[in-house]
Design a protein around this ligand. Structure first.
Ligand code: ADP
Ligand code: 5GP
Length: 195
């Protein structure tokens, strides 16, 4: 199983993914590769594999990525090798990627192996409030992200599940219900107790 979480910037993906991972030890965060400069407190190989543009282009030409995209001026991609590492230790990869990259992942994987989730903020006003509450972005960046969000929600219909991140705890409860239902699917279990 692969779990894919996406949604507009400010919907609360990082917060939601953090809460979910703290709750479910089967999940392992999929570490993406990026050309974005490292932020204070980040560690190479923990939040991301940080590379320069040249290295990223080389990885593209080697076919190293499951998907990659330019998001807010930087390149981001999910590497086959990172997913393989997680599968090898029996973990469920959890991808927190942008909406377009998510659609690429949906196009690649079979519906039976992928749990795709579009995370919504409860309203446009709340999305704007959350983007401002981070206080890390300039006004121009916030305006661009709100504009992008209008396009991104147009892809929500491609995702299997919709979760509204109104109250964080409630959103996590909904996500746990999704994962529980997915793990009970006959084609995921394979063998019945009576086989
Ligand atoms: P994203 O990763 O989607 O860009 P973040 O996780 O950074 O979003 O969240 C954006 C802001 O919204 C942060 O200030 C975060 O604390 C806040 N936030 C996230 N989820 C909720 C929630 N359920 N209720 C209120 N605020 C939230
Ligand atoms: P940030 O730079 O704030 O960590 O992330 C910016 C955006 O890039 C977020 O929307 C995040 O979901 C997205 N992102 C992170 N990793 C990947 C990835 O591997 N592929 C794609 N397509 N988007 C990613």
């Amino acid at each position: 199983m692969i779990v894919l979480i996406t949604g507009p910037s400010g919907a609360g993906k990082s917060t939601f993914v953090g809460a979910l991972m703290a709750d479910d030890p089967r999940l392992a965060f999929s570490i993406s590769t990026t050309t974005r400069p490292m932020r204070e407190g980040e560690v190479n190989g923990r939040e991301y594999d940080f590379v320069d543009e040249e290295k990223f282009q080389q990885l593209i030409s080697e076919g190293a990525f499951v998907e990659w995209a330019r998001v807010h001026k930087n390149l981001y991609g999910t590497r086959h090798s990172r997913l393989a590492e997680m599968a090898a230790v029996g973990k469920i990869p959890l991808l927190d990627i942008d909406v377009q990259g998510g659609v690429d992942v949906i196009d690649i994987y079979d519906e039976t192996e992928l749990v795709s989730v579009f995370l919504f903020p409860p309203s446009w006003d709340e999305l704007e409030r959350r983007l401002r509450s981070r206080a890390t972005d300039a006004e121009e960046v916030i305006t661009t992200r709100l504009k992008n969000a209008r396009t991104e929600v147009g892809y929500a219909g491609r995702y299997k599940y919709w979760v509204v991140n109104d109250d964080l705890d409630q959103a996590v409860v909904r996500m746990k219900a999704i994962l529980l239902a997915e793990s009970c699917r006959s084609n995921v279990q394979g063998k019945s107790p009576l086989d």
